[in-house]
Design a protein around this ligand. Sequence first.
Ligand SMILES: [Fe+2]
Length: 396
Amino acid sequence: MPTRIKEITDYIDVELELLPAGIKIPFDIFIFEEGEIKQFLKKGEIFSFITKETLKEKNIDKVYIKTKDKKYFQDLIFEVNPKEYIDRLLDRYTIKNEFYFKIEKECLDPELPLNLNLYVYDGKNLKLIYQCNEKESFSIKNEIPDGDILIAKEDLHLYEDYLLNLAKKKINEPSIIKETTKLIIRQVYNEPTNRDKLLILADKIEEIINYSTLNPDILEKFFIMKKHDNYSYIHSINVMTLSISLGLKINITHEELRLLAMAGALHDIGKIKISPIILSKIGRMSDLEFNIYKNHVIESINIAKELDLPKKVIEGIAQHHEKLNGKGYPFKLKGEQISIFGKIISIVDAYDVLTTPQPLRYSLTPFNALQILVQDKGSYDKNFLEIFIKMIGRLI
Ligand SMILES: [Fe+2]
């Protein structure tokens, strides 16, 4: 008996192009036909190249999987094509050896002049839909074909200016905050020692905090979006925004919030000095590998010092893996030796790592992740953890 259309919310669609052919698929696959969702392949059956081609011929470019199977799908993509996985995480596309970035449709405003080219990518073809030297200004009322809207890598700075202008017009718009934050993180990770960019980063973080303090509901909206599509967020954005949220709840000053956000955004910046082989290792690290990995904290501190960041920011970065009981690293600090920023970021960082899918490990639900933090007795500041749990409890 086919499932009725109203039950489609139990399923998520996945691009057919992303589904690897020629292997046993570890979940059921459904297709949507004649207003109904129908089982197409059973878990464990082989999804052949011929089957994939047949679907394409029928103009089917999406299949459905049960929402509960989403993590199996994500793991499969990672296993088959880790590069694709990481690119998706950063909304980055490589098409014919050129880099492109996906942008949000909601961030295009017909009244604001746009001086960059826009492309649409439907999984197969890249099509130029707007050329900046055209006399006519771009209007989103023009039909945008289905697919992802992309911009070229060299136009990222133009898009950033565009977003800043848009932010002045549409304050408190979650999609703009999300886009701007992603750009900041990308820039900082590309060029961590560029002091000028860091100052711009500080200003933008301040703008983001302004949004949140002007409208306390904004961060909640932000996390509702995160729940829908956890993939498009990267760890640093999460740590920064969750740190801001917790900071707002414990009533630290505006200036401290600005510094906390900066520490949250940059806490893992030292990872750029650690070999990608170790960072992306699937499975357990050897003792030697883990010692090298742990060194990312020292590298983060070095970068923060090179940039002359305020003492509080450096403390937050330096202490994000410290535990109250002295079992953390690298300094094995105890109790009150750990700063407020260190206590906040260590809770937020641990929570985000547990709730984000990792190679060979499923992500935990927010509830289970909080349970682990609570059971990890003596590691985290009890008061902050309690406030954090209440805060997350309202968001999930
Ligand atoms: Fe870290």
